[in-house]
Design a binder for this molecule. Sequence first.
Ligand code: SF4
Length: 485
Amino acid sequence: MRTLFLHPPSYEDFDGGAGSRYQARREVRSFWYPTWLAQPAALVPDSRLVDAPPDGLTLEDVRPLARDYELAVLHTSTPSFAHDVRVAEALKADNPRLRVGFVGAHVAVNAGASLAASPAIDFVARSEFDFTIKEVAEGRPLSRVLGVSYRDGDVIRHTPERPKLENMDALPYVVDVYRRDLTIENYVIGYLRHPYVSLYTGRGCRSKCTFCLWPQTVGGHRYRTRSVEHVVDEVARAQRYFPQVGEFFFDDDTFTDDLPRAAAIARGLGRLGVTWSCNAKANVPYETLKVLKEHGLRLLLVGYESGNQRILNNVRKGVRLDVARRFTRDAKALGVRIHGTFVLGLPGETLETIAETIRFACELDPDTIQVSIAAPYPGTAMYRQALEEGWLDGRELVDGRGVQRSALSYPHLAHTEIFDSVDTFYRRFYFRPRKLFALAGEMAQDRRVLRRRLREGVEFVRFLAARRRGVGVTRAGVSGGHNNP
Ligand code: SF4
């Protein structure tokens, strides 16, 4: 079947594609690669991948595509699902013979309810969907495809689960799809060199953090990996395709879950002479960090989450604060940069623990930070806990403009307090003389960094100002009227 893979338009600048773990509009304009869609697209000959938000495409832009295809695979998420259904309905209205399938964590855990949301959705592919979509595109009847739920007249049927993919080298390279269908300059992440290219070298995470979406829905808790040669060869190909790339990013849940393998990949990358960055847990030993650094590692994206040990234990983070401190000292001593991510509003949070986490972040002093609000996604243990405890009160994960809001509220800590603390956190961290001098120093050394940081600085300050006023931010400026808590 002629197949379209689509990340549909929803909120403006919505970083919610098939590679974004927490789908929302960011403080500064950011987009992850739609890697989870690129992967099946690489398995279906002559398909096309359209990533609407980074390309600035609206519903009216993508509607005409409906007539050119027989199968449309839409990646959806909990925050964008209602929008994505409307896109499916519009495509179906323009081409009633188009078969429409939804993929993504949201439909993996809510298959029946997702299909019931609209007759425009013909099927959903649950869990890992690469080979599921390949078989559907080959024309196999849905009843004989593992891992789908589909509409059969008035009845919704579910085929048996598809076993997890074990031979990860069976997945073709996504960089061929990136080159064919994407404009890599459209993908921007503030703390990565621009343009960057992002890949996965494996799926799954051994940790069991209760809030974390992917391992609990599509990836699982075993780190299933591609061979070192397969990864290095894909990077070499990407080097040829995109000589302008500033760095590669390995977006595996926890690239450092398998330390000997991480070191082996690093050595291969070192031979290619590329600069690269990856996700890591705050417990990588000095010896491994040293090997990674010697072979091109520039930055680690580290989920510290909280500066309170009890909260880390509550969410089963599996990291001790003293280990995180040691790891951070080691990385800094080696010259590895850190983008630290923190979450406010996790179970056990109080105003005191928020203050503790802000102090912890300032003490660690990562190069840059991201502060998120705890997001109880369906399919996670934290979501089930929130339902049982009555911490959810019908609030959505994002507001009317796609900006994160606090869906959780505790008897001792209101959702408004959690929301407001994000602003406080950013200000206390960034508006310190030491941090401002460091950022100014970086800008003075590189004019491209200067231009970019100035633009991001304006976006960031505007975002904070809009947040305080309870309005959404648009690319053109500030616009009013969302349901700010
Ligand atoms: S270590 Fe990171 S990727 Fe793994 S479960 Fe925890 S939050 Fe998720």
